[in-house]
Every structure is written in C-alpha cells, then in structure tokens.
Design a protein around this ligand. Structure first.
Ligand code: SF4
Length: 484
C-alpha cells in the first residue's frame, strides 16, 4: 500500500480516522466522502457499515484508498439506509499489512440487535484483556485491539447497547475515539483524557461524527462542537443528541502531535485553525532558534505553514526550494533501504535556481529516523547551497507512541540514542534545532507554556511521560523513563 506522505517511511503515522452519519438519505455516500477527507489518517484500508430499516445491516471492507473502492455505484448501492459509519486505517495494534478481517468497522450481533464500531486510538491493556476474554470463551476474529470492545460488550449484562458499550469501555485503558451504531442510533465516545479527536457536526436534519472538521466541510456539514474527553453522545432521529459521562473525570491529554502533523491544516482543533497553529509554531521556532540565512524553505507539504511562520518572524525570505512531484501515484515505493532512498528523489526535486549559493533554512515537522533528512540535505548541497540549517517544528521524538500512532521501536528513533549535537553531526548539517516543549505549548495556545506538574496535552513521544501507563508494552519489556 502506498504511503500518502513523500517520506512516509520516516514519519510517525496516524493509524485511523472515523466518520458516521445519521438522519440523511443514503448515509453511506456521505461516509465515503468523509472517509476520503480523512484519508491522510490511514491509507491501508477502509470500511463502511450501514443500516436500512428494510435491508438491515450491510457492510463493505476493502484494502486501498477510499476513492478507488467507495466510488463504485454498484458497491455503494449495497450500503443503503439513513445511518452509516466508516473507518480508514493504516493499521491498528493488530498485524500490519493485515487480513481483511482486521479492517473496521467491526460488527457484533447481540440479543437486543446488532452494533458496529469504528475505533481510532490504541488500547494499552488489550493484550491482557484478550487473554482474559479468550480464557472465558471469547473467539476472536481479528488481531485488532479494538475487537476486545465487542467481546466486552457481549459479556455485559446491561440491557441496551449504549450501556453495554459504557460497561466495556470502563474496562479498557488507552486512547479511543469511537464512532458506533445500532439499528437506530449513532454513538460517539472519547476516552477520559480525550487523546484522539472527535467532533460533532450537523448536516441538514442529520448529525455527523468525524475525526476532524475537514471531513465535515466536504459534505457541507456545520461544526457543532468537539465531543469532550470522557463524553459519550447517543444520537437518534427521535431524541437528537443525548450526552452521558460514563467515566471518572481525568485531566485532558489531547495529542499535541495532532497540531504538529497528523491533522489536516484545514481542520479546526479546540477552536483554532491547525494551519494557524503550525504557522505559530514557525514563529516560536524562529524566536527560539535564530539563524543567519538567505532563504527559508519548507520540506513539503507538512513543513510549509511552520516555514511561513519562521520566514515571517525572522525576516528571511520564504521560497519553495524543494518541489514535490504531486503525481507519483503508487509506484516505486518498496520497503528496502535502497528504494526508500530513491523514493525521496522520485518524489521531491530541488529548485536549483533558487537554492544555488544560498544559506538555506529547511523547516520540517519532525525528525524520526533521520533517513530522509539526510537525503534532503544532500539534495540541497548538490544543488549548490552554501549552508544547510534544519529547524524542526516539534521537539526531538525520543519515545514511541502507544496511543494509536505507528512509531518505530525506540532504538530506531534518532533522538532516543543521540543528543542534539550528535544528530547534527549525523545529518552533517551546519545547524539543527528543535522547538522546545514550552515553545510548542505556547504555539498551541498555552500562553504560559507547559505545566510540568500536569501537562495540558499528551506529549509522551517527546517527554517520555505517558499519561496512560502502557501496561501491555511494559509486560513485553518496554522501560519507562526513570524518575528524575
Ligand atoms: S505519544 Fe505523541 S503521538 Fe502519541 S498521543 Fe501522545 S503526543 Fe500524540
């Protein structure tokens, strides 16, 4: 399956997007459009479940892009009804490059009717739960952590599906933004810390749940509000939106990396445009890490807003020194080191006329393994740049994410094994600087920076401070940061 980002092998990857609609004719068509707008959150596979009062539940799950599957009239005709949910995935905690049985939404038939769920996030106690459920007789169909929720719902003694879901979710730990459905209800839930996003929208007489607001725009829906951390909304055509709080309140820990990279720049998070936040990150970065240079270039596309902010604040001219080939399609990308290195050149080219003889500041969103940063630096120097300075719009990524983002093992993260100066030498650049955690917090709207006693966001991949203990991983030998 092709990556969506030009250096996808050297980026953290969001693993899922979820979308659901109730109260419109042919809801599955809206879901397909919504999933298309969320494709950046997962490109491996997608699925839709719909319900029609006459036809009952129907589902379709496919590998590949939404546009290549869910635009076929013959397929969409099999998904009738006014209620539908969908999911796009990179991969969840299950196996990668997995079987179709791992593709969500998952469906369960209960005594009181069927239910389907689509999950964005990752459960940190899924291994332990799975062992327990299997010992008690559950038969798992997939390798996904999300399936635990269906089995826990099956074991609940509550009388209706939303209450069974509450029961199930009180047993799980980790990150979850869930869109689910019964025959008559659309359900949305966020974990008590609200690690992953989920928003509520209105389209005509119907309601929408979506990972991001950009997917509301594509169907002409209006943003109503974010689902709050720890909130469950149950939406029906009869009763509208009903809200419950099934969990013990906890401090919110929204993923700060959504602001930096995962979310689309045209989405709104916490009332702020993601684009504007990224531009502000560039402003903070320029203040914190000034440099004498002639040109500020983004590493396209995700580094662009931060580069604009950096150029504006520093007064150094902005230019597109690296041009991305938009039409690479799905060719050439194979997971070998040799092809991976070629991949950068195939997807990007240097604007030699602009770069030649200049001291260039390259602004990128993150450094993960550093393989592509090295390649880009070589391309810029080959084009005749006098100096190369990297400015990174996130702090060093030194810890893996266990909350629904695909991260290399800790040893593969450049910042896990090297100091900033060692990374600079490794990349052979004139300077390398990252935004500070405080600077990042200021850019996302926390004027006083990070509250070190109770951080306002999850920032574990930078700080090593995990708001939810990754108990399965500790069981497998992962070592938490030693207390300072
Ligand atoms: S560890 Fe990083 S990527 Fe994962 S949820 Fe926390 S901030 Fe986001």
């Amino acid at each position: 399956m092709p990556p969506a980002h030009p250096f996808d092998d050297d980026k953290l990857k969001e693993e899922c997007g979820v979308f659901g609609v109730i109260g419109v004719a042919d809801a599955a068509n809206f879901v397909a459009l919504g999933l298309h707008a969320l494709q950046h959150r997962g490109q491996e596979a997608g699925g839709i479940v719909s319900h029609d009062p006459v036809e009952g539940f129907n589902s379709a799950r496919r590998f590949g892009y939404v546009r290549d599957n869910f635009t076929s009239q013959s397929l969409m005709q099999t998904l009738p009804g006014p209620l539908a949910i969908g999911h796009v995935r990179y991969s969840t905690a299950g196996s990668k490059g997995a079987a179709i049985r791992d593709v969500q939404p998952f469906f369960g038939e209960f005594a009181m009717g069927g239910a389907a769920i689509a999950h964005n996030g990752n459960l940190t106690n899924a291994d332990a739960l799975r062992r327990e459920l299997i010992e008690r007789g559950s038969i798992f169909q997939s390798s996904s952590d999300s399936e635990c929720i269906i089995h826990l719902m099956a074991r609940s003694l509550q009388r209706n599906i939303p209450e069974r879901m509450e029961d199930a979710l009180r047993r799980v730990e980790g990150a979850f933004s869930i869109v689910a459905m019964t025959r008559t209800k659309l359900i949305g839930v966020r974990d008590p810390m609200g690690v992953r996003p989920l928003v509520l929208g209105k389209v005509g007489d119907g309601w929408v749940l979506s990972s991001e607001t950009c997917a509301l725009d594509i169907i002409g829906a209006q943003l109503v509000r974010e689902i709050e951390p720890g909130e469950m909304v149950v939406i029906s055509e009869k009763h509208g939106v009903e809200s419950v709080r099934p969990f013990r309140p906890q401090p919110a820990k929204f993923c700060i990396f959504e602001h930096v990279y995962f979310s689309r720049p045209d989405s709104i998070i916490g009332g702020r445009s993601v684009y504007e936040t990224r531009r502000q990150i560039g402003v903070e970065l320029a203040r914190e890490t000034p440099v004498e240079a002639d040109l500020v270039c983004p590493v396209p596309d995700s580094g662009t807003p931060a580069a604009i902010g950096f150029a504006h604040e520093s007064g150094i001219p902005f230019g597109m020194g690296i041009i991305r080939n938009q039409y690479m399609g799905r060719t050439f990308i194979e997971p070998t080191e040799q092809i991976r290195n070629m991949g950068v050149r195939l997807k990007l080219n240097v604007n030699r006329a602009l770069i030649e003889g200049k001291r260039v500041v390259l602004v990128d969103d993150s450094v993960v393994r550093g393989t592509t940063s090295r390649k880009i630096k070589e391309m810029i120097l080959d084009a005749g740049a006098a100096e190369v300075h990297f400015r990174i719009a996130s702090p060093p990524t030194a810890w893996p994410c266990f909350y629904g983002v695909d991260t290399p093992q800790r040893e593969k993260l450049l910042a896990a094994t090297m100091t900033e100066e060692e990374m600079r030498q490794h990349l052979s650049v004139d300077s390398l600087k990252f935004i500070s955690l405080d600077g990042l917090y200021r850019a996302v709207g926390e004027a006083g920076g990070r509250d070190n006693n109770c951080p306002q966001h999850c920032d574990a991949c930078f700080s090593g401070e995990y708001p939810v203990i990754p108990s399965d991983m500790i069981q497998k030998g992962f070592q938490l940061k030693a207390a300072e």
